[in-house]
Design a protein around this ligand. Structure first.
Ligand SMILES: [Zn+2]
Length: 444
């Protein structure tokens, strides 16, 4: 039996946002027994069991571990590679697996205890097996890191995902793309056999290739086949979607999450709201900061301009969907840009576009857990949940930006185990090299 299974810990803080309701608790205490939360209450009202390990988080805010529903930890990230376009052809899947773990840990240290990874296309195919290996190494407890939810990617020939991964004239591995309902069902089955948790697919164009964003990337029959096949194996489907027509296709097919907010119309918004389908905005990836990083790291002038051109539509669609009551789960599309670990900047964008700070926090906790079908175990600080608890110096309801500050994230607990501790004299970190201490691989 693991050592933590019987241990009892009591975490105290200045305030607690349980993310289940609208209230903030003053002077809270969270009792953790083994992997799960036993009790949440105000100090004085809760008896701290004798022998419990006390974790005094001072005046910090206690929150559920955050969840990013859309990241790409296997990205050839600008933190680690000087030029990602060259890195695509110079870095082996074996080396990139180590970077995937490193990137996951950078985000984990910022209080994100669950990441849903949306895959990486490469000349060697998707990294489904590599990402599953990173997930399994973390789950086995041999490597520290966040809970990873791994996707397998299915795409048609000539689609956005296809052209995003490889230049038009480059030779593809057999099975890299699939066409027609049965071929796509086969692709879904292969990813599921590999061990993915969620199936990702793409029904419209996107930004990072030269075709129009409103190109259809799959027929309704093909999308229905992908969704039916994944659901037959009790796995959810996440869909890259840039247009109102693509959103209508997704609702018709019964997909589980719609990824990205770019273009929409009133009819699509109504259908999404009525279906109760979660939308994952990924606005950080559209921000000026992300565009600037892309430019600095060698993206084409075409791509930089296209990213800037769709930015107002992304922000406007967010405002419209939020006002209409569409369910929103936080996702950043953290990939090449912006930096791994800067994920909570997404929440600042939501607040800037009209969400209250508490609503924004709920997109990255309760709502995200519900969108992933994991609300029973994570997403709120309530008795019975897995003890994913973070302590942040400051009050994110007054300034949402405190969640972005590495020095303020004082405690990261996942399933009852402490991975980051900047509260006690005996400090604990996950990632040992600090920025600037690791080498940037310059592939030129
Ligand atoms: Zn993405």
């Amino acid at each position: 039996m693991p050592a933590h299974s019987t241990s009892v810990k009591a975490i105290t803080g200045g305030r607690l946002i349980d993310a289940a309701g609208d209230t903030v608790m003053k002077d809270p205490v969270v009792i953790v027994e083994g992997r799960r939360i036993k009790t949440v209450g105000a100090r004085g009202a809760v008896r701290i069991p004798a022998g419990a390990q006390l974790i005094d988080a001072g005046d910090c805010t206690l929150l559920p571990g955050m969840i990013d529903c859309h990241v790409h930890v296997a990205a050839f990230n600008c933190l680690t590679f000087d030029n990602y376009r060259v890195a695509v052809f110079e870095v082996s899947p074996q080396l990139q697996m180590f970077y995937s773990l490193f990137h996951s840990q950078l985000i984990f240290e910022m209080g994100f205890t669950t990441l849903r990874d949306m895959g990486r296309g490469t000349p060697r195919g998707g990294y489904t097996a590599e990402l599953c290996a990173v997930r399994d190494a973390i789950n086995a407890g041999i490597m520290p890191g966040p809970r990873l939810i791994v996707s397998g990617r299915t795409m048609i020939t000539g689609s956005h995902f296809d052209l995003l991964t490889l230049p038009r004239a480059a030779k593809r591995e057999p099975g890299f793309t699939a066409d027609g309902p049965w071929d796509l069902r086969r692709a879904v089955r292969e990813h599921l056999r590999t061990g993915c948790d969620v199936v990702k697919t793409c029904v419209s164009g996107g930004v990072a290739d030269k075709s129009d964003h409103n190109v259809r990337n799959m027929t309704q029959e093909e999308l229905d086949a992908v969704v039916d096949e994944a659901h037959a194996f009790h796995k959810p489907v996440a869909v890259h979607c840039f247009t109102a027509d693509a959103q209508r296709m997704c609702i018709k097919a019964g997909v589980d999450t719609i990824e990205h907010m770019v273009y929409t119309d009133d009819d699509a918004i109504d259908r999404i709201r009525e279906a109760g389908t979660y939308v994952v905005p990924t606005l950080l990836h559209r921000s000026d900061h992300a565009i600037e990083l892309r430019r600095r790291h060698g993206a084409s002038e075409f791509l930089v301009k296209k990213m800037k051109a769709i930015q107002p539509a992304c922000y406007e669609t967010f405002r419209r969907m939020h006002a209409a009551g569409v369910r929103i789960a936080m996702g950043t599309d953290t990939t090449v840009d912006p930096e791994m670990g800067a994920n909570a900047k997404e929440l600042e964008l939501y607040v800037g576009l009209g969400m209250s700070p508490l609503e924004a926090i709920r997109t990255a906790t309760r709502n995200a857990a519900e969108a992933l079908g994991m609300l029973e175990d994570i997403g709120t600080l309530e008795p019975g949940k897995l003890a994913d608890v973070i302590a942040v110096d400051g009050d994110p309801l007054r300034s949402i930006r405190v969640l972005q500050d590495r020095s303020r994230v004082k405690l990261v607990m996942k399933e009852g185990d402490v991975f980051v501790d900047k509260l006690s004299a005996d400090r604990k970190y996950v990632v040992h090299p600090r920025p600037g201490q690791w080498k940037i691989i310059d592939s030129l």
